[in-house]
Design a binder for this molecule. Sequence first.
Ligand SMILES: [Ca+2]
Ligand SMILES: [Ca+2]
Length: 331
Amino acid sequence: MAALAATGALIVGGSAVAMVGSGNADPLVPLPVAAAGTTYVVPDADGALAPFARTEDDPKGGTFEVSDEFVPPAPPLGGDAALRLQTPDGDAKAAIGKAENSPLGDWITTAAYSAYQNGAVNEDQFPSMQLVVDYDPDDPKVGFSTLTYEPIYNTTESTEPNVWNRYEAGTGRWCSTRAIPGVIEEGQRSCSNDGTKLLSEFITAQPDIRVTGLVINQGRGNPGLDAGVDLVSTPSTTYDFELTAPEVIPGGGECEEPTLPEVPELPEVPEGEHGGGHEDGGQQDGGHEDGGQDQPEDGGHEQPSDGGHEQPDNGGHEDPEPQPEPEDPCK
Ligand SMILES: [Ca+2]
Ligand SMILES: [Ca+2]
């Protein structure tokens, strides 16, 4: 229980940190709500990052991994490592995603992530957060789009390299890959012609709009970008990318990493287990949608149910098992 309590304290702390600097959000935005907890995302033997899965069958050289090589290796309260995304050239794409199933409104107060970059050709480029949405959940043929939050389109946000920036995406401005009646006109797709909107504007235009997938995306159009992402906050949890699951520190406080609690079972069962189904964030982001900043999508067809493959690791394999016995963690 001590570990659980510590986890809760950590999250509250993380959210508190996150709120600093963005408390002056849109007046329509309700008061911030702390995320429910932390889910550690630890690579398995094959490098898979359940509950996330790669979204690109052909990433063209784009790679993702968990790394501790950034300096510092993670944002405050983000442990010892982070997700690392690399896109060597403008064609490369590095992205992971997972299914979600919640009203878009739930994301206003919660959606956030920390990002770092140290090698971009264009120094103001950072990974984006994407939400796959369906504004007409009752009609499988209508309503699909991908909303993209990218720091460069939120001009008050820091794009400083070599530091961890915290992006309160939920209160920021988002682009849409497709027209959405009442809020995004055809000519405003992919951030064009003032096509960056608050989430509240999407909801006003389409009150039923739901999030069906979450994608952390880099590219295309991000040549030479070597970037980190960590502490990805959603309505249900905050994802902390780590190389190994944190251990309980008996006694606490005396050891080197006293702030890392153990999570009894990790990561939590993803929401993809229920709902989600065909609207797999990762899949849909695939070939047709693009980050929003570079080339316009090839337009055209809805892909509400590409059927395709389920996220390969989404529940299949067991989570990294709890460490047997912390062997003298203070040593
Ligand atoms: Ca981390
Ligand atoms: Ca639909």
